[in-house]
Design a binder for this molecule. Sequence first.
Ligand code: UDP
Ligand code: MN
Length: 248
Amino acid sequence: TDKTIIVVTPTYKRLTRIADFTRMANTLSHISNLHWIVIEDSSSIVPAIQNILTRTNLPFTYLACPSPPNFPNRGWYQRTMALKYIRENHMELLTGSKKGVVYFGDDDNSYDLRLFTEYIRNVKKIGMWGVGLVAGSLVESPNVSNSSVIGFNVQWSPDRYFAIDMAGFALDLQLILDSDVVFRSSCPSGTGALESCLLEDLGLKREDIEPFGFDREEKEVLVWHTKTAIPDIWDLRRSFWKVASPPR
Ligand code: UDP
Ligand code: MN
């Protein structure tokens, strides 16, 4: 049977958050057999986000996990707490299927539906694909030759063992369950990027990577690392609307 897709999304209050989050919710609501884990970077959940989640009709878990004091790495602690939650509750997350796949989807990225239905759903162990508009590149992607990943086409930090953005990979659930890895910035290879460190800590090798989207002549991008510009609000205190939740 189909794997359940578990999407992990850290989120926090900011002017554009409801707009970003609505866009992502509208996307994910098209996908069946998906469980959305959203972790609020705060000590309490936000009703407006809870309401958006309820309206998706998706099964979801909404947790509040404030970052520890002086914890510099934004969204890292929340993703680690999601991994802990997944390990403790995986039976409840897999409704109707016995297997799962975990994807770290940030709330401000842009997602093609086929990323979920054609790529993530079909990941056996570790899948990777190109990511648009990220880290100084038009597209960052695995460098694929004869269906194997022989390196990465990236501008930023090309020495990473897995030179891939969070949006560019998904993992079989069993890898998470069989490990106690957390997000950190010290890697076996010594390079120090969040994504590479997690995958290295899992004991993965480049040979394990299943590349997606390289079997066609005309390659496509199915996820973009977009960033919503901060709007120029002249006077936040002079609002004509009573907003459901203060934006920040
Ligand atoms: N995030 C968070 N707390 C923060 C900053 C970011 O929970 O203080 C979340 C954010 O909502 C997003 C993810 O972490 O889902 C990555 O953050 P962001 O998009 O700002 O990072 P970037 O695009 O620069 O990698
Ligand atoms: Mn982002």
